[in-house]
Design a protein around this ligand. Sequence first.
Ligand code: PLP
Length: 366
Amino acid sequence: MIYLDNGATSFHKPAVVRQAMLRAMDRCANPGRGGYPAAMAAAETVFRCRERAADFFECESQQVVFTSNCTHGLNIAVETLVKPGARVVISGFEHNAVTRPLHTRKARIRVAGRRLFDWENTLEEFEDGLKAGADAAVFTHVSNVFGYILPVEEMAALCRQYGVPFVVDAAQSAGTLPVSLKKLGADFIAMPGHKGLLGPQGTGILLCNRLPEPLMWGGTGSESENQDMPDFLPDRAEAGTLNVVGIAGLGAGIGYLQHKGIENIYRREHQALLRCIKDLQKRGLRVFSGDHQSATISFVSNGDCEKTAQLLAESGIAVRAGLHCAPLAHESAGTLETGTVRISFGHDANPGQNEALYRAIAKIAG
Ligand code: PLP
């Protein structure tokens, strides 16, 4: 199978990820719950991953909170910053993992910047939104549908200028593009462990620049006599037993990226993207491409998008079709009715994938 659905999750994980997980299954008990060797091995596994993530995302290790996915982290961040009825500025390309928690809190949402690949429009409208008065801002680093890389550094600077706390959704950028808590100065950055970071499903990270409100209450292995959640990081946001095996895999995934260099991986992914754009355009398809695009691309097929994805699957190519849990992004791009077919390259991008995709598209068109 040619796997081109890395926007959903990375699939062909590096061998070191599997090895780390198997090792953890054999050696690790519960971290922070005992002083015997298997508990200590678990604590050390978690500690190592936390340190590695802190190094990778430029923050202190206690600012790294382990979550079960990106949605989990976003919910903690929104719970902390968005009180019922609060005014929140978001981009025109947000995922349901952002819009649904906001909707639940009856936030007064202002959507800023709906033009794809247009930094000027994004920044102008975003600043207008902040100027009009905002209690918080939440924005994605990269659109999961179109691969649009938003000008997050400039958006972060605007938030700081207007004194608006903000959350960055790094679901599609962590492990692919540089993400720095220190540089962005975000209140929170949420990310999955199972996409660009190459860890397994069931892992995620929330980088915290402030003390979060708990989303769950329970055991942490610390301050057991206290019936409130501890008021320090990361314990405040990590109730219950951690996914030690998953965290072992996530740590190995981050280590792999550090070893290979994300800029080298990104270069390969981007080459694949550029070739893919050309190939799809050659077939006369409506392709969404522009400056500031990562390794994800959407197109609208002449027939039904779901059908096209199905035919591609029958040719051994895995892509995703539909709204990709981001109806707002489709509304912005005018594809809410049709949805799109999405191709997302991963760390293993190579010319063979482009060739197979081109052949399959040509066969379907024929
Ligand atoms: N935000 C964006 C932009 C995404 O693409 C996704 C998942 O595709 C999420 C949030 C949610 O991530 P998770 O499935 O890890 O909760």
